[in-house]
Structures are given as C-alpha cells and as structure tokens.
Design a protein around this ligand. Structure first.
Ligand SMILES: Cc1cc2nc3c(=O)[nH]c(=O)nc-3n(C[C@H](O)[C@H](O)[C@H](O)COP(=O)(O)O)c2cc1C
Length: 230
C-alpha cells in the first residue's frame, strides 16, 4: 500500500489560536494511519499576496506558476500550490464570516484560479487524481452556503469530492462566542464529525486512487470544454 499525502490549509485569520485550527488539528491527529503523511499549513502565517487578476485583462495571462509567484519571491503562495499538487487529499478549513468563507480563503481561491485556468483556458490539466474535503466553522449559521460556494470552485479546479465531503459546526444564535472553545473541547461528538471527514476523504482516496484489492490505479483527467465557443 503506498503512502498517501494529506494536506490541510487552515484559513482562519486567527491562525493557531482559532477554533478552526483547533478542530482541524484534532481531526488530523485523530487519524492514526501510518501510511498517511499529514501536513497543515496555517494560511495566516504565510505572506500571501492578493490575486492581481491578470485573468480579467487577458484570460491567457493567468497561468501556473502564477505571475506573482514568478516575480515576487517574498510571496509564499507556492507552499499552497505545491502542497496541493504533491498531495492525494486536500482539505481546506474556514470560519464563516457573514455567511461567507474567510477573506484568506477567498484570497486563496482567487490565487488558485491559475490552477483552474490551466485547464479551462490552456487545456492543460494540473490538478488531477486528488480528493477534496472542507471543514467549516461558525457560531450561528451559513455553512451550507459556504460549502456550496467552495465546492463549486474546487471541483472546477479539479478536486474530486466523496459523499459527505464537508464537516461543519455552528453554535446557537447567541453572542456567546466565548463559550465556543469550551464546547469544542468538551463535546467529543463535534471533534468526531471533523475526524470522520478526514477518515472519509482518506478512505475514498484509497478506494478511488488506488484499490489494493483489485490492483487498480486511478488516472483520470478531463479537459474542460465548457467555454470553447467563440
Ligand atoms: C466578522 C464576523 C462575522 C461572522 N459571521 C458569522 C456568520 O455569518 N455565521 C456564523 O455562523 N458565524 C459567524 N461568525 C462567527 C465565527 O464564524 C466563529 O466565531 C468562528 O468560530 C470563528 O472562527 P475562528 O475561531 O477560526 O476565528 C462571525 C465572526 C466574525 C468575526
């Protein structure tokens, strides 16, 4: 059985102090499979320049490696690009802010446009044979909207989603955010929801990418034909 690489990106602005990171770390730690190499990148610790939106000037100018990556050596988006390209399972975690993903998650989505654009405009598949998952955390509501929004982009970028591809938790509609961490720490069922997502995506990766029983090795790419009209 080959080793799988599980890559997580935590996009809470509060970094390692955040509830989002807490749940992601607990869930990654819960996976004891020795055949899975695990890494979590904390996006708030990286120097991530916002997308320069070359696509909007000329779709062909949006490429991988992205222009910012090529020109600005202080920019650290390469850690996320390489993390995705070199992994089998990619999980993003985000808090909910006014019904949407975090600013950092949105910045990353816009920078990842270059990976998506390699397929849709340049007809070259860069992201393939990778399973995706999402962790979404709020205090009140909005996780279905965030899940739909992110899955829309990430499937276009090339990730493959298993059934039940996201884990989410929101509290009640109160202003008592202070008690959230205590609840997350005390209630094992919440951590279980998130560790189950990790297990689900890894199991799906084993089944889809490499089926040890049947000797099958998955290798699939699809070049987008959606926008071929003149
Ligand atoms: C500006 C702002 C807007 C928020 N909007 C929502 C929201 O729409 N829905 C929700 O469930 N929680 C909302 N929250 C609560 C956060 O999602 C929640 O506190 C979460 O745990 C924060 O994640 P963190 O611990 O990773 O920072 C909001 C918090 C902030 C700061």
């Amino acid at each position: 059985m080959r080793k799988l690489k599980l890559f997580g990106v935590c996009t809470s602005a509060r970094g390692k102090e955040s509830n989002t990171y807490y749940l992601m770390k607990q869930a990654f730690d819960a996976l004891k499979d020795q055949n899975v190499e695990k890494e979590i990148v904390v996006a708030s610790e990286l120097n991530l320049k916002p997308c320069a939106h070359h696509y909007s000037v000329n779709a062909k100018a949006c490429v991988h490696p992205c222009h910012i990556t090529q020109m600005d050596k202080t920019d650290e988006m390469i850690k996320i690009y390489d993390g995705i390209i070199n992994s089998d399972v990619v999980i993003f975690s985000t808090p909910i802010y006014w019904g949407n993903q975090s600013q950092l998650m949105q910045l990353i989505v816009e920078r990842l446009n270059s990976l998506e654009n390699m397929n849709s405009v340049h007809h070259k598949v860069v992201v393939k044979n990778k399973i995706g998952g999402l962790m979404i955390l709020g205090h009140e509501d909005g996780y279905q909207h965030v899940a739909g929004n992110l899955m829309n982009f990430l499937t276009e970028m090339g990730l493959i989603f298993p059934p039940q591809a996201y884990a989410a938790w929101v509290g009640e509609s109160t202003e008592d955010t202070k008690s959230d961490r205590g609840r997350l720490e005390k209630d094992e069922t919440i951590v279980k929801i998130f560790s189950d997502l990790v297990e689900n995506t890894v199991n799906f990766a084993r089944t889809i990418l490499e089926c040890p029983e049947c000797g099958h090795k998955f290798d699939y790419e699809h070049v987008s034909k959606k926008k071929l009209y003149k």
